[in-house]
Design a protein around this ligand. Structure first.
Ligand SMILES: [Fe+2]
Ligand SMILES: [Fe+2]
Length: 302
């Protein structure tokens, strides 16, 4: 049935195991994650203060017992006990008396910090940036700029996390482009440019096979332009996702302000003027304004 997802006992989206715990991601959506965690006997369970006061964490113990001390009082928790944390100021810890399994619901994406899928994708990005010798740290800078724009727009934290991941991985499809093309000092032929143009879709495909398929479309659209002159699909205006529009601006700015095989870096001012000139045709004018404001506040432009 559309929208319904039934999973059988023991299944998960992704599972990560260490010597003290095993963590399975059971579901995720709209910024919320549902996780099944087992803490092995004698190991510690920690609940840390979040840097976001709105984040809620909820735990429901299924099996096992854990013991802790909260403000001087001993607490033992067992099957069907549950607790939650929101805006806690100090870390809370429990010791697993035996193997403890609980359901953990958290209202901000967290699993990506430990996800092997994401780690594998990040490793590929490092290789892409090694292959294209002028893009060292490009992804990280684009991700940082993108989040600044999103914060200025007051996007919810869940969207911020998604945007950051998508921005970090936006060029991942470049791993398929031969380095002779990536590093070609002269003008690309039409065929060569067609190879370059494949990277947004290739990147989207790579992410689709992970639990982060929600960022696939964002990656696919990072070279689309408002007037339909972009690639791969030539979609326009409102058909382009907001995160893709944000990444497009930050990506262009970073690409222009770095040296390339075929030219020296442009100044931040020149790059910004160029982006402004293309506001409305290539880039979303409102986002261009936000980006300009950020650069000005950082003293990068007048
Ligand atoms: Fe790209
Ligand atoms: Fe890029």
């Amino acid at each position: 049935m559309e929208g319904l997802r039934i999973m059988k006992d023991g299944s998960f989206l992704e599972k990560v195991t260490s010597e003290s715990t095993s963590i399975s991601l059971l579901g995720r959506g709209d910024g919320v994650e549902i996780i099944l965690q087992t803490v092995f006997k004698g190991k510690l369970f920690y609940l840390y203060p979040s840097d976001n006061n709105h984040t809620m964490e909820f735990f429901y113990i299924l099996n096992g017992k854990m013991k802790g001390e909260i403000e001087g009082e001993k607490v033992t928790l067992g099957p069907n006990d549950y607790f939650s944390g929101q805006g806690i100021k100090e870390p809370v810890h429990f010791v697993a008396e035996d193997e403890v399994t609980y359901l953990w619901v958290i209202t901000e994406p967290t699993f990506h910090y430990i996800s092997k899928d994401i780690k594998a994708l990040r490793d590929i990005i490092v290789n892409v940036e090694k292959k294209d010798r002028y893009t060292f740290m490009h992804s990280e800078r684009v991700a940082n700029y993108s989040v600044k724009v999103a914060k200025e727009l007051k996007l919810p934290k869940s969207q911020l996390e998604e945007l950051y991941l998508a921005a970090e991985l936006h060029d991942i499809g470049k791993y398929k482009i031969p380095s002779e093309i990536l590093n070609k000092p002269s003008k690309l032929t039409k065929e060569e440019f067609n190879v370059i143009k494949k990277h947004p879709e290739d990147g989207a495909d790579m992410v689709k096979n992970t639990n982060y398929e929600n960022i696939a479309k964002v990656i696919e659209q990072h070279h689309e332009r408002l007037d339909g002159s972009g690639y791969p699909s030539g979609i326009k205006e409102h058909d382009i996702l907001l995160p893709s529009k944000i990444i497009a601006i930050c990506d262009t700015f970073d690409a222009m302000t770095e040296d390339r095989t075929y030219r020296k870096a442009f100044s931040a001012q020149y790059a910004m003027d160029e982006i402004k000139r293309l506001a409305g045709t290539h880039f979303d004018p409102e986002l261009v304004n936000v980006f300009e404001k950020i650069l000005r506040e950082e003293g990068k432009i007048e």
